[in-house]
Each structure stands twice: as C-alpha cells, then as structure tokens.
Design a protein around this ligand. Structure first.
Ligand SMILES: Cc1cc2nc3c(=O)[nH]c(=O)nc-3n(C[C@H](O)[C@H](O)[C@H](O)COP(=O)(O)O)c2cc1C
Ligand code: SF4
Length: 655
C-alpha cells in the first residue's frame, strides 16, 4: 500500500504536520507533582523519533478543581512552563508537532491525592453513575474563573513553545456536561436550549483565542457518540460542531466515542478488542460533512492500512493512533518504509496501557514493555560484549521476548518449543469469544524473533540429555504453566473438566454447567459466554467480589455486559468446596456459609495455573547456567511473561 494520504503533509491553522499520524492525548501516569518529567519526555521522544506527525500531550488541569486523578499534569500556574518547554524542544527536534490538552473533568473525578472523597463541580447537582460523585453546581464566579483558567493555561502552553492546544469537550467532561441536557439542568443563561448549553464552550473558545492569537492552533475534542443511556443526542453533537465552525471557533475537530459518565460509555474511551477497528470513522464523517475545518478521528485505528483507508475515503483528515504508537513507537517509520509485517500491531487488550493508568502506574504495553521504560530497560538494549550460545526452552511470550532481545543484542539464540506451534497459553487465550486478536501477540513476537535471527525449533522438547548434548552457555527456562486442578471433596469425579479442556473441545460438557472461577480473569468469563451462546445454562461462580475483578476496567465491563446478554448467572464470593453426584458446594468467601448448586452436569475448573518446572528441577542439579522466567517462574499473565523476558535479556547475565 502506498499510503499516499497518510504520509502527505497537512497545513491548517498555523501548523503544517509532516504526516497524518497522531498520538492523541493520553494520561501516562508519568507526571510528578503536576509537572512534566524526564520519563514523560523520553516516552514522547521515542514516538516522535518513530515518525508520528503530531503528539498531543495528555490532559492538563486548567483550574485547581480540575484534578481528577492524583497523577495528572496541571497547567494552572507558570511552574508548568519549564517542563513543557523541554518536552516541546525534544519533540520538535524530530520534526513532530506538539499540542497540549486543556482539561476540566467537572463531576468526573476519580480520586483525590490523599484518598478523601472529592468535591466536584458541574453545571448542576446531577450525580455521575461511574464514580458515584454528587457534584456542586458551579456559580457564575467559578464559571468565569474556569473559563479564564482555560485561557491562561493555553497561553502557558504557547509560551512553552507548543504549537497548539486541544479543548477536551469529549467523554462527558465539563464542557460536555454543559452541552448535555441530561446533566445540565440549569435555568440561567447556561442551561435550556442548545444556544445556552453551548455558552460555556463558546466562552472558552473566545477567551482562549483572545489570549493566544491566531498563530496557535485551538482544537476541540468531542464524542461523536457517547454510547450511554443519558448520552448527548448524536445529531446535536454534529449541530454543535457546525455552529462552532460557522464562527471559526476551532482550527480542527477531533471526534472520538464514549463518555466517562457511565460504565457502558467509558468502555469506548479506550475501546477493547471487541470493537471493530476504525468503528469511530462514521462518527467523524458526520462531523466532517458539516465543518470546513479539518477533522481528526481516533478509536481502534491500529494499523496504517486502516488509517489510509479512512483518510482516502474522506472521512477524516488525520488519524489518532494512540495505542498503535504505545505498542510500536516505530510504526510510522515502518509504514513509510513499507515494512508492514514488522509493525507490532496493538491488540486492544488494554492491559498495560489504560490498565496501568487505572491502577495508578505508568503506562506500558504487554507486547512491548520497553514503552514507559525508555530510560531504563529500553536503554539497556545494546550490543553484547560477550557473545553467548543461549538455549531457550519454551516458545510462549516469555521465551519469545527473551529470544528476540538476546538475538538482537548479538547472542546466538536457539528457541525450542515442545509443541508444533509457538504461543503457549496465548494460543488458548485467543479462542475465547471476541478475543481472537489476542493471537496477534504470537504473530508479533514470532516476527521479532525472525528479524533478530533466532534459530526456532518447533516440536522440540528440551530435556536434560538434550542440554548436555547441546552444551549451551546458558539455558532459559520458559516452559510456562499447566491448568491447576486443586484437590477438594469429590475432585476425582467424572464430570469435572478444566477450562482449557472445555475450550479446546477435549471434553464432553453437559447442558447445565457451573464454572468455578478463582482469580477474576478472562478465562472463566470467556468460557461462560461461549458455553451459554452454545445453548447451555451456565453459572459462573467466582471467588472474587465480582466477575472480572482482575481485568482492566473497560474489558471487565464489556465482558460482564456480554455475559449479561448471554444469560449467564454470576455468583460472586463463591469459594469451591466440593462436589458429589450433581451437586456442587461452595463456601461464601466472607460469611463462610454454604452455597449449594444442584442439578449440575459439568463442573468446570478455572482455578489458575501451576508452573511447569520439571526441566528447571532437572537442570538445577547440573552445572549449567539456568534462568527461569514467565509462568514457569510464577503463573501470572502475558504481560509479566514478556516483561520477564525483556528484563533477563538486558540483565548483567548477558552483557
Ligand atoms: C493510557 C491512556 C490514557 C488516556 N488518557 C486520555 C487523556 O488524558 N485524554 C483524552 O482525551 N483521552 C485519553 N485517552 C484516550 C486516547 O486519547 C484515545 O482516544 C484512545 O486510546 C483510543 O484511541 P486508540 O484506539 O488509537 O488507542 C487515553 C488512552 C489511554 C490508552
Ligand atoms: S497493552 Fe494491549 S491495548 Fe495497550 S497498547 Fe499494548 S497491545 Fe495495545
């Protein structure tokens, strides 16, 4: 594909972008005390070097009441300027343009920095359903102060050398709260008809323009569809953009989906793999049809081919490809060089990017843990001084990552996989409903091994005898894990199977099923959906307070929605105790009272995993240098497996 549009430059407002690929505003959890850090700079510099045309830096609060997390950027006083200035210089040095996001969350406040309940401000005292916040209605004085906060913050970004700013009126944040009649119940000049509801945004646009002049881009981020029961009318969204454009209020419109206001709407803020790639493009096209200013679109555009198609069809003028750049900062350069197979496409698992954000940790990527670790682990990926012969046992994510990094550093690496296919548990994970894209991690890591020149041997189990024959300098044991079958009353009964057996179709499953789930992850939930869709009556009994407790929120909520639609019964706090005949017994995890389920034909165990350490135990008694990583070390997720692989591959053992 020629990517004629994607790699054409584009001028609007006072800027010319070198191409149409944008890293859109995303909170990285790399700010400190509200300021830009070296870590944040290194993170963005990597994306600029990788060829992104525009980087829009994460939200920055415009007023003291805008702190929606404890780790966000603030632009509400001049102390922000120094950090932004260094950041802008580093990004500009790569030929990439840089904007900043200006933000007030209104009632959408997640947390405070000391764990107390927040005092949130919004147009009206209408609570939000996701964070259960009851806001205080804004009075005129605060409205004026906040509008001035946008203008003053915009000027600080300009003084820092940034090229523009983006007003975040998307995702149900403060300007969107004014626009939405379900949230804005005011009877003054800011409430009622659309003209009044637009007043707050109008005032922001005018105040910002008056302060920064015409040589600074001002954009608007807005949700084309909020996808919530109390959503803004999607036609009204288009009307808002049209009216603003007639007044030349903004230099571009940035259309996305979702709202922070509800669990359902929030899924679309960072849409998981259940949503089609590029599904937001039609929403952008609706806006593009009525505005003269250019339109940006973002949401599940994970490959340059998809971006090119959206642009070529005239549905938008540039594309946000945020997770695509989190997963592969070099994606633009690779696309330009037509090395499409080398692109590590984002699989929309949401685990280490938005998943980390929600836990309050710096973002990364499960496929590429170098992200967010640019100054630490990534900086250690240098050629080795002492070339070694390394044998890796196990071709799952841990072994593949270790192999590709070690080989890229100049070691001679042989990776042996006992089965005919690489991938380990990822091969099974991709079989869960709606999760086929997870298999992309195998494709991507395999490609990285090929590029690095790893000698890959499938259907080759590693034994002690094999090691003694090959005599490598070091053996890395990445033999993974097997399904855990705990012992309990009746655990040898015939109607018990493991989740993996059920998923692979290796066992007969009755029409009435209970899945005993332990850790609140994907497996029990995904299997429950699959079996229910096949017509079985399914109960998911989880030991956790809720199904999907361990999952990234947007994945959890999407999976719960799918189970609800499929008619799966969910029983929380259910700790497996035993089974006899057609009865399964649980303890309530907090009351210890029994929970009894009768008439069960098949009990499916989703009880986690046990490390496969046989080879490790065999080699421990020899003088071979051994290292153990991934689930073979301790059963966790693909994220930790890949990270283990990277950490070992850049460690002093292989310098
Ligand atoms: C870790 C993370 C943090 C985010 N924080 C913000 C934010 O600060 N402001 C914002 O407008 N959108 C935020 N987003 C949404 C992204 O800008 C983007 O719309 C979303 O990731 C979907 O695009 P993608 O599919 O290209 O990743 C965030 C996304 C991620 C992954
Ligand atoms: S962690 Fe998953 S969703 Fe996030 S960037 Fe990486 S592959 Fe994409």
């Amino acid at each position: 594909m020629a990517f004629e549009t994607l790699f054409s430059s584009y001028s609007f407002g006072s800027v010319t972008l070198p191409n149409r690929i944008v890293s859109t505003g995303h909170d990285t959890v790399m700010a400190h005390n509200g300021h830009v850090t070296d870590r944040l700079i290194a993170y963005h510099e990597a994306r600029a070097k990788g060829g992104a045309g525009l980087i829009i830096v994460q939200v920055a609060g415009v007023h003291a009441t805008a702190r929606y997390t404890s780790h966000m950027l603030m632009a509400d006083d001049d102390t922000c300027i120094e950090g932004y200035r260094t950041l802008a210089k580093k990004i500009h040095a790569q030929g990439t343009k840089v904007f900043g996001q200006l933000f007030h969350p209104g009632r959408e406040i997640m947390e405070t920095d000391d764990g107390t309940a927040p005092v949130a401000y919004a147009p009206s005292a209408v609570p939000n359903s996701r964070f259960a916040v009851m806001p205080v209605p804004l009075d005129q004085q605060m409205i004026d102060e906040i509008v001035d906060g946008y203008a003053a913050s915009a000027l600080r970004l300009k003084q820092s050398g940034l090229d523009g700013c983006e007003i975040v009126a998307s995702h149900g944040y403060l300007p969107a709260q004014f626009l939405n009649p379900a949230v804005n119940r005011r009877t003054d000049r800011y409430g009622g008809d659309l003209e009044n509801r637009m007043r707050f945004l109008d005032e922001i646009a005018s105040a910002v323009r008056a302060r920064v002049g015409d040589d600074f881009v001002i954009g608007l981020r807005i949700s084309g569809e909020e996808r919530d029961v109390e959503a803004m009318d999607k036609n009204e969204v288009v009307a808002v953009c049209e009216t603003l454009d007639q007044k030349n209020a903004f230099d571009y419109y940035h259309v996305i989906a979702g709202t922070s206001a509800s669990l359902a709407g929030a899924i679309h803020i960072v849409p998981p793999m259940y949503y089609e790639t590029g599904y937001v493009a039609p929403f952008a096209a609706r806006v593009k049809a009525v505005v003269k200013a250019p339109v940006m679109v973002t949401g599940r555009i994970n490959q340059p081919q998809i971006a090119e198609q959206i642009l070529a069809e005239g549905r938008a003028d540039f594309c946000g490809m945020t997770r695509a750049l989190i997963a592969d900062p070099e994606m633009p350069n690779k696309a330009l060089a037509q090395k499409l197979d080398d692109i590590r496409a984002c699989i929309a698992c949401n685990q280490a990017c938005i998943g980390h954000f929600h836990k309050g940790y710096p973002i990364s990527c499960i496929q590429y843990p170098e992200t967010g670790r640019e100054t630490t682990l990534a900086a250690r990926k240098i050629p080795t001084r002492t070339k070694k012969n390394i044998l890796i046992a196990g071709g799952g994510p841990a072994g593949m990552k270790a192999a590709s990094v070690l080989a890229a550093r100049g070691h001679h690496v042989t990776l042996c996989e006992a089965s005919a296919q690489l991938g380990g548990q990822a091969l099974l994970a991709q079989l869960l409903p709606g999760r086929a894209e997870f298999g992309g991690i195998i494709t991507n890591l395999s490609r990285e091994m090929d590029l690095a020149g790893v000698d890959v041997r499938r259907s080759t189990p590693v034994t002690r005898a094999f090691v003694e024959q090959e005599r490598p300098d070091a053996v890395i044991i990445a033999t993974g894990a097997t399904a855990r079958r705990p012992e309990f009353e009746g655990s040898d009964s015939a109607h018990i199977v493991t989740a993996w057996q059920a998923l692979k179709g290796e066992a007969n499953i009755g029409g009435r099923v209970v899945i005993a789930e332990w850790k609140g992850d994907w497996i029990g939930m995904g299997l429950a959906e699959k079996l229910a869709r096949e017509g079985r009556k399914v109960t998911l009994a989880t030991e956790m307070p809720m199904a999907g407790q361990a999952l990234p929120f947007y994945v959890r909520d999407e999976m719960v929605a799918r189970l609800h639609r499929a008619g799966v019964e969910i029983v929380p706090y259910a700790r497996l105790y035993g089974t006899d005949a057609e009865t399964v017994y649980f303890h309530h995890a907090s009351s210890s009272e029994p929970i009894v389920m009768e008439g069960i034909e098949t009990l499916i165990l989703s009880q986690g995993h046990e490390s496969a350490r046989m080879l490790y135990d065999d080699l421990k008694v020899t003088d071979v240098a051994i290292h153990i990583i991934g689930d073979a070390l301790a059963p966790r997720t693909a994220e930790e497996a890949v990270l283990d692989g990277l950490k070992l591959a850049v460690s002093d053992h292989f310098s």
